[in-house]
Design a protein around this ligand. Structure first.
Ligand code: ARG
Length: 286
């Protein structure tokens, strides 16, 4: 039984505060599915680049309408997955830890993103270990949650801890559909210094030790349904109040409202053919 805000009295949802964010996106001018490096991708299924651009544009306009700043990186022809900028690096305090991609198909993206970071005044930390940026590294309050199992190697977690001097918590993913951490966890209040920062996650995407760690650290987390998880519903972006989510994530939408967040639904069905959603198309520049 879930109690509603009206009847729960003392446990009413806290007031949520939105803060302005700074994002990096890549218009999918050369989007297609040309290879298969995750179970969502099937090169035999046709893609519609103009539809991908139109859907991406709705996401872009949504961020602008919320008052966020969005920078753009040009998509390099022949690198169709560049639209998923979340994998291009990880940035805190102007220091960008570069990505070193797992699959050869995406490896040229690493230097392309690092060049953009340098040109835009970020200090670049060249990676020594395989990692896919914010796809696997999520800042929650002062702690970095770091995924491994499919893409980022666990020695990149150590590297990350040395670069930023913050606590890094390793979490192991076990379901190939949820190959990046941002497909299984959504950071709802991602501000540095916020001790009450909360998350939403899909427990079945993790091994037992990681599940226990998440239960211990985030006792008030939103646990999403398998249905919402299975359409990459967790792959979302929050500014602390507004949470941009997949339009099909109806259960998650309800859970967010109950907690006092404002879910905003967008349709990125075409980009889902590459195995990515809202979060994958967005890199936070801190
Ligand atoms: N096709 C891309 C890949 O498999 C999708 C990346 C999605 N990005 C993310 N942050 N989960 O690498």
């Amino acid at each position: 039984m879930t109690s509603t805000l009206e009847t729960s009295g003392q446990s009413a949802a806290p007031a949520r505060v939105a803060t302005k964010r700074h994002y990096l996106m890549c218009r999918p001018d050369h989007f297609t599915v040309a290879y298969r490096i995750n179970p969502w991708m099937d090169p035999a299924v046709p893609t519609d680049t103009s539809l991908a651009v139109a859907q991406w544009n709705t996401l872009y306009e949504t961020y602008l309408s919320l008052g966020h700043t969005v920078e753009l990186i040009d998509q390099v022809p022949g690198l169709p997955d560049m639209v998923y900028t979340a994998n291009g690096g990880f940035i805190i305090d102007n220091v960008a830890y570069g990505a070193l991609f797992t699959h050869p198909e995406r490896q040229p993206e690493g230097p392309a993103f690092m060049e953009w970071f340098r040109e835009h005044g970020y200090e670049v930390a060249e990676p020594a270990n395989t990692n896919e940026g914010e796809g696997d590294f999520l800042l929650v309050g002062d702690v970095i949650l770091a995924g491994t199992g499919f893409r980022s190697a666990s020695n990149s977690h150590e590297e990350l801890g040395e670069i930023y001097g913050r606590e890094v918590v390793t979490l192991t993913l076990v379901d190939p559909r949820f190959y990046h951490l941002d497909t299984a966890i959504s950071v709802l209040d991602p501000l540095t210094g916020d001790k009450t920062a909360n998350i939403a996650y899909l427990p079945s995407a993790f091994d037992t030790a990681s599940r226990l760690e998440l239960e211990k650290r985030f006792p008030d987390a939103i646990l999403v349904s398998e249905e919402d998880g299975a359409i990459l519903g967790l792959n979302s972006i929050s500014d602390g109040y507004n949470v941009v989510i997949a339009n099909r994530a109806v259960g998650f939408e309800k859970q967010l409202r109950e907690r006092g967040y404002n879910p905003i639904k967008v349709d990125l069905s075409e980009l889902l053919l590459g195995g990515g959603g809202v979060k994958c198309c967005t890199l936070e520049l801190r």
